[in-house]
Design a protein around this ligand. Structure first.
Ligand SMILES: Nc1ncnc2c1ncn2[C@@H]1O[C@H](COP(=O)(O)OP(=O)(O)OP(=O)(O)O)[C@@H](O)[C@H]1O
Ligand SMILES: [Mg+2]
Length: 306
């Protein structure tokens, strides 16, 4: 089976400065892949190269077997895109925005109307379909941008922070909807700053910063590799140096976070041993998660040093 996406040594420079600096990755049909990284890491630039908004400075990019250099019109007709900025036509109504996109994709009018009504219902926008986009709330515009990307029923969807600005409830049912797309074998590539979203939806995660891939794998693999099983958050305040010494002597891995140390444990036994030393200090035990991986790999301390 051919790949849904193949990026080979992809680069983008602006004024001689690389913002995407030689990244290579593959995405299989039906996979849901999350591209994660801090602000300015190069996520949007990467996504824009995939849908032809930004021309790579070097490298090869094949989408659905087609080369972005020669076949961008054909690629665009087959993929759905939720850009980071909504880019909706604010003078038109929600419904008209969807139908406009249907025309752009040469859809039959009846089919476009049926699909628009279906998507408006899915995005809980049916009651607002005749409202001008200008009059919609931020979260509603975001949901309309998702609907617009899906109007032509693409099998490959690129979404740049699709749920940013959505309330927690809306995020939950949008995740449900994305899960339905996944079970329908749709390929999803998304960026997000919500680690919970990535953990829940993504089969694989690519962590990037400064335009390079820091690591990739399933959320579980990344958590096990970089953090472990459990984390103790220890409030150390001004005694950080003392505690870092102690943790290092115990051969444990950790991450500094403001007035806290996050101490990583591979096993429950190693955690129990450490707890016996910290009875007089305020601490909190929790499961390791993708946030820890993010802080470890792309935390601000690392960025400041580089
Ligand atoms: N058109 C441009 N001209 C010059 N520099 C640009 C341009 N577009 C992006 N950049 C720079 O490239 C870098 C990566 O930007 P990009 O938008 O890809 O980051 P991002 O990972 O999507 O960040 P965020 O999480 O904030 O959306 C940033 O330093 C940004 O300032
Ligand atoms: Mg971005």
């Amino acid at each position: 089976m051919s790949l849904a996406l193949n990026a080979i040594n992809l680069k983008k420079t602006y004024d001689g400065i690389p913002v995407v600096n030689g990244i290579s990755f593959e995405i299989k049909p039906g996979e849901c892949v999350g591209i994660l990284g801090p602000n300015g890491a190069g996520k949007t630039t990467t996504i824009k190269m995939i849908y032809g908004q930004v021309v790579p400075s070097a490298g090869e990019l094949l989408v659905l077997g087609l080369n972005t250099k020669n076949d961008i019109a054909q690629i665009r007709s087959r993929i759905g895109v939720v850009p980071q900025e909504d880019c909706l036509d604010t003078d038109f109504s929600a419904l008209e925005n969807l139908l406009l996109f249907g025309r752009y994709h040469n859809m039959d009018r009846d089919l476009a109307e049926a699909q628009a009504e279906h998507l408006l219902a899915e995005m809980k926008l049916s009651d607002f379909k005749h409202k001008r986009v200008e009059a919609l709330s931020g979260g509603m515009k975001r949901r309309l941008a998702i609907a617009r990307a899906l109007i032509h029923k693409p099998q490959f969807i690129l979404m740049d922070e699709p749920t940013t600005g959505l309330d927690p409830q809306a995020r939950l049912w949008i995740w449900n909807y994305f899960e339905r797309l996944k079970s329908n074998n749709t390929t999803l590539v998304l960026t997000t700053h919500y680690m919970e979203e990535a953990e829940r939806l993504c089969d694989r995660i690519i962590m990037i910063d400064h335009g390079v891939i820091l690591d990739h794998g399933t959320a579980k693999e990344l958590i096990e590799r970089h953090v472990g099983l459990e984390v103790i958050e220890l409030e150390v305040g001004k005694e950080k140096g003392y505690w870092i010494n102690k943790v290092e002597q115990a051969g444990l891995r950790y991450q500094e976070y403001e007035e806290n140390l996050f101490i990583f444990f591979k096993t429950a036994e190693s955690k129990q041993g450490f707890i016996s030393h910290i009875q007089n200090t305020h601490y909190y035990v929790r499961a390791a998660n993708l946030n820890d991986v993010f802080l470890k790999l792309a935390g601000y301390q690392i960025r400041e040093k580089s």
